[in-house]
Structures are given as structure tokens and as C-alpha cells.
Design a binder for this molecule. Structure first.
Ligand code: SF4
Length: 344
């Protein structure tokens, strides 16, 4: 069934940007406790009645795609694989048509645990690609960062995504000082050998209890230095609105040529070309990862608002989107909602 709706407009802001990419958080729960994202004991999860139902998620995605010009959906969490209705939500999104008359591009950000058991069902539902978090290939260091000894399951998830034909298979790795700098080169070799698109991410001040400390963040320049000491790198052309700065890697003795990316959210912000809008699992619009305010769509949705009403609210929120984050500048304040309840 194709869903056709009268268009309202686009999610334009006062800085000339238009949001085309919706990051849809499906849950704040996770089965890992990554040190840069979640306290060891977890967090107080969102009460279930406050979490959008599958039908509400698909309806709000329909508003974004059908009325507001969104063309890409990234399902995220917490850990979205913990959402039982994930395949149905993906199928509902796939049935939509963008302003270009196409199905929206559908991707998933996941820690990979259990992906091997679900990937063929998700691909059949319409999933096109995945971003899998993998900070180390060393079992011990993986367990230090994730606070769970589950590396094998992640590797199984990666292999299953690849075997199912999802493309590209992207790998996200956060580099933490004194923990996994030694993994930068082995991770790059591993991904080049298997054709996965690796991106290293600077740790951002959006983790638990406001515990971010710039000294423990490994900046992009240092990551590139580590890579440059082992690989021949050259800048890849054409970045567009993508967060990652991509580098071409020349082929070597034990790996083919390929690319590696670095997401320098802190030292090289890319806010000027940001095309993202976010919806939390409890139905709040966040115009930016670091937003200090949110716009509630859940309450009006449950009180009988029309799709057009919801679209107006969303458009209004986006009109007020700021130029970008102010990390490292006076006045920067970390949002109360942590990354685990916003999603990448
Ligand atoms: S920090 Fe905010 S404005 Fe900047 S790129 Fe990220 S979401 Fe966009």
C-alpha cells in the first residue's frame, strides 16, 4: 500500500538548512552499559505508557515523510533491536513515499547484539543498511568499554548483516584515551579487509551524569595521526551533510584499498550543513542532539491532533533550531537527556 498525503512543506530553519534525515529513537533501554554512554547500573527507563506505540511511531514518521519532506530514517535507541515491533515499524516506514515519490532510505544504528537472528526479517521488511558500534576487536577491552563480554555476538551480527546484503555495512567506533587507541589500526585493517565502512567518533559530552572530560576524548587529529602512521590516506571528495569526514586508504599488503571516516563532533563541528531532526521514543522533537528544549508531539497526538497539526508543531520547533552546538565555549550546557535516550 502506498501512502500519499498533501505536503505541508519542509523542516527549514533560520540558518538555511532543511532537515531530510530523521533519527527515530525507538527505546531508551539497552543491553550494554558503555562507559561513555550509560552508568554501570543503567538509568531510570522511560515508563512504558510514555513510550510511543508502534502505530504512533509509524504515524509520526508518516507525518515527517509525507508532510515535511523527510527522505531518510535512521532507527536508533538505546538499542533498537530491543523493540519487539521493529520489523513492523520498518515495513510501515517503507510503505511511505517521499516528496521524490520514493520509499524513504531506511537504516539502523545498533550495538549488533542479536542482529544475526533478526537481520533477514528486518531486510525483508525494508531495512537497507546498518551502523554497528564496535570499539575494539580485543575481547577484554571490548568488555571494559561495554561493561559486557559480548564481542562475539557483535561480530556475528556484522557478518550476518554483510551476508544478508545490507549496504553499506558501517562500523562506528568511539575512541577513549588510555583504553582503545591501540585498536584504531586493527579496527581499520579489519574493516578494510571485510569491506565495512569504519568511522571513528570523538566522544561527546552527552553521556551519563555529565561525566565528560575533554582530556579523555581522543581528537580527530590524533586518530588521523594514528592511521596516517600505518596507512596511506588522502581526502575523499564530496562530504555534503554527512557527519563523517572520509579518507581514501590506499591498498596495502594485508588489506585492499577503501575508506575510513572520522566524526569530529567536538573539534570539527559540522553543524552548518546539519540536515537532521530527531524524535525520541516518548514522542519529543529534538532539533539538535544537544538541544536544551524539546517539543512534545505525544500529548497532542493522543489528544486527537491531526497530521497537519503535528506537522505544524514540528515545523515550528525546527524554525527555532540553533546554528549549532557550543561545546568548548562559555555557556555550553549538556542536555539533561543523555545519548542513550536520544540515539545516534
Ligand atoms: S550538534 Fe546539533 S546542529 Fe550540530 S550537527 Fe549535531 S545535531 Fe546538527
Amino acid at each position: 500500500m502506498t501512502t500519499v498525503v498533501t505536503r505541508l512543506g519542509t523542516l527549514a530553519d533560520a540558518h538555511g538548512r532543511v532537515a531530510r534525515d530523521l533519527r527515530m529513537s525507538l527505546t531508551d533501554r539497552c543491553n550494554l552499559r558503555c562507559t561513555y554512554c550509560m552508568p554501570a547500573d543503567g538509568l531510570a527507563w522511560l515508563p512504558t505508557p510514555e513510550v510511543l506505540t508502534d502505530a504512533e511511531v509509524v504515524r509520526l514518521i508518516g507525518v515527517a515523510v509525507g508532510l515535511l519532506g523527510v527522505r531518510k530514517i535512521r532507527f536508533t535507541g538505546g538499542e533498537p533491536l530491543l523493540r519487539r515491533g521493529l520489523a513492523g515499524i520498518i515495513a510501515g516506514a517503507r510503505a511511505l513515499r517521499t516528496d521524490e515519490g520514493l520509499s524513504p532510505e531506511l537504516s539502523l544504528t545498533t550495538n549488533g547484539i542479536g542482529l544475526d537472528h533478526r537481520v533477514s526479517e528486518l531486510a525483508a521488511a525494508g531495512l537497507q543498511r546498518v551502523n554497528i558500534s564496535l570499539d575494539s576487536l580485543d575481547r577484554e577491552r571490548y568488555a571494559i568499554l561495554a561493561r559486557r563480554d559480548r564481542l562475539d555476538e557483535v561480530l556475528d551480527g556484522l557478518a550476518a548483516a554483510d551476508a544478508t546484503g545490507l549496504r553499506p555495512v558501517k562500523v562506528n567506533a568511539v575512541v577513549m584515551r588510555g583504553v582503545n587507541e591501540v585498536d584504531v589500526v586493527p579496527l581499520a585493517e579489519f574493516c578494510l579487509q571485510l569491506g565495512y565502512r569504519l568511522r571513528f567518533i570523538e566522544q561527546m559530552p552527552i553521556g551519563p551524569q555529565h561525566g565528560w572530560d575533554r582530556a579523555s576524548m581522543v581528537p580527530a587529529a590524533e586518530i588521523l595521526e594514528l592511521l596516517g602512521g600505518h596507512f596511506t590516506l588522502s581526502p575523499a571528495p564530496g562530504r555534503g551533510s554527512a557527519p563523517a569526514e572520509e579518507w581514501l586508504v590506499a591498498g596495502g599488503d594485508c588489506h585492499p584499498s577503501g575508506t575510513v571516516g572520522v566524526i569530529a563532533s567536538v573539534t570539527g563541528p559540522f553543524c552548518a550543513t546539519c540536515d537532521r531532526t530527531r524524535l525520541t521514543a516518548d514522542g519529543q522533537v529534538r532539533t539538535c542532539l544537544f538541544s536544551l528544549t524539546e517539543t512534545d508531539l505525544r500529548t497532542p497526538l493522543r489528544s486527537g491532533a491531526t497530521d497537519e497539526d503535528l506537522a505544524e508543531l514540528w515545523t515550528g520547533a525546527h524554525r527555532g533550531k540553533w546554528a549549532g552546538h557550543s561545546i568548548g565555549r562559555a555557556g555550553f550546557r549538556q542536555p539533561d537527556r543523555t545519548m542513550s535516550a536520544i540515539g545516534g
